[in-house]
Write a protein that binds this ligand. Structure first.
Ligand code: GMT
Length: 378
């Protein structure tokens, strides 16, 4: 199939997932066209089946706000015309679903070709941004006009149906991970630099937005450190990072924390980790937690959103109520206090990740594409 993939090219979970999906589909012989405003960060593979089309957004003095959505729709029409796309798969509803709808209508009228589009909901496009009345009518309309809608967890499906009058079925297709990529041996030299005295290594990775509650990571770490020797690696960057560093200084744990910034080789970091922390206010799924599990790392997360769909308390890690730092510290201690216990958690986490391996999830998207193409008679 010739598939156009639209996503945010940044480090956000939706962009990562969309890029990994495109790469996996290309490996299976599909022709994949990424259409974004810059090269997706995870698009680090040369394949004869992968094409990248940059959306040009010209600057014009009249535009205080350059209309990206129109530029995207026009680029989509161009790719449909010149590369004969069979379908479009857009990740994150805003503004991708409405741009795809516009491109679809233009292609139908000007080329006489109906190109179906699938919208995958990832989280904040529904739970935060989409609900806002600034966007809600457009989101509702473009979701209902999608030829199929998918959500990355049952929780996100429920949230969507709670807030939007959706007229069609929402297919739940979970996030996936390339287990092979994360199933790595730790680089001992790297481990030694981070934890020279064999301290436990905790990791958090996110885009440091308020929804991630990164200050809770620092608070949990500071309290845990009173009980066991530990180090913390903070991966990623975003608006809450500075506050986090300030808090670490206030709590006197700054010297035990490294802020690594954005990392392309996240699997190298996960490989030396003993525990992954994700205290989010909301997480539709928690792709970073799944990546940790694939690296044999147990997960200590909040119980928000779709996290209970992947993190099994007492097996793959533990969950705590949002903001309950003391409970989190106790759970972290329970996992890390004993090497044999930690080993059991590691094995369970890895087993759980295997269920979400890309080998199991990619065919679900392929089946959906086939059914959409089969029923796309307009
Ligand atoms: O918050 C992020 O990590 C970015 C965000 C996005 O849309 O780019 O991630 C969302 O999509 C991921 C992939 O489907 C999910 O695993 C994350 O849980 C979800 N984030 C939130 O719901 C906050």
């Amino acid at each position: 199939m010739r598939i156009g993939i639209v996503c945010y090219p940044t480090f956000g979970g939706s962009g990562v997932l969309a890029t990994e999906l495109g790469k996996a589909l290309a490996m299976k012989g599909h022709e994949i066209h990424f259409i974004t405003y810059s090269q997706p960060v995870r698009l680090n593979l040369f394949s004869a089946n992968i094409f990248y089309h940059e959306v040009p957004v010209p600057d014009y003095p009249l535009f205080d706000f350059p209309p990206y959505e129109l530029a995207l729709a026009s680029t989509l029409v161009d790719v449909i015309k010149n590369h004969h796309l069979d379908l479009m798969h857009v990740h994150y509803a805003i503004p991708h679903a409405s741009a795809a709808y516009m491109a679809q209508q233009i292609a139908k009228k000007s080329l006489g070709k109906y190109v179906p589009f699938i919208t995958t909901l990832h989280g904040t496009d529904i739970t935060l941004v989409g609900k806002d009345k600034t966007y809600e009518p457009v989101v509702t309309f473009s979701l209902n006009e999608s030829d199929a809608i998918t959500a990355v967890s049952n929780n996100l499906k429920e949230e969507t149906l709670k807030f939007f009058p959706i007229e069609k079925d929402i297919h739940v297709i979970y996030n996936f991970v390339d287990v092979q990529r994360f199933n790595k041996r730790p680089v001992e030299a790297f481990k030694k630099v981070i934890a020279p005295n064999g301290e436990r290594i905790l990791v958090h990775a996110s885009n440091f937005r308020p929804v991630k509650r990164v200050e809770d990571v620092v608070k949990i770490f500071a309290k845990l450190k009173e009980r066991i020797p530990a180090k913390l690696l903070m991966v990623g960057d975003g608006p809450e990072r500075q506050g986090c560093e300030n808090l670490a200084r206030e709590l006197g744990v700054c010297d035990s924390i490294r802020f690594l910034g954005k990392q392309e080789q996240i699997e190298e970091v996960m490989a030396i980790a003993d525990l992954f922390l994700l205290p989010s206010q909301y997480e539709s799924f928690g792709l970073a937690a799944l990546e940790a599990m694939a690296a044999h790392v147990p997960v200590l997360s909040s119980n928000a959103g779709g996290l209970p769909e992947i993190n099994i308390p007492g097996k793959t890690g533990y969950m705590f109520d949002i903001g309950d730092v003391d409970a989190a510290v106790q759970y972290a201690y329970d996992i890390l206090k004993d090497e044999n216990i930690l080993q059991k958690f590691r094995e369970n986490a890895f087993k759980q990740a295997q269920d979400f391996d890309l080998k199991n999830i990619i065919p679900l998207y392929e089946d959906l594409y086939a059914s959409v193409l089969g029923s796309a008679v307009h």
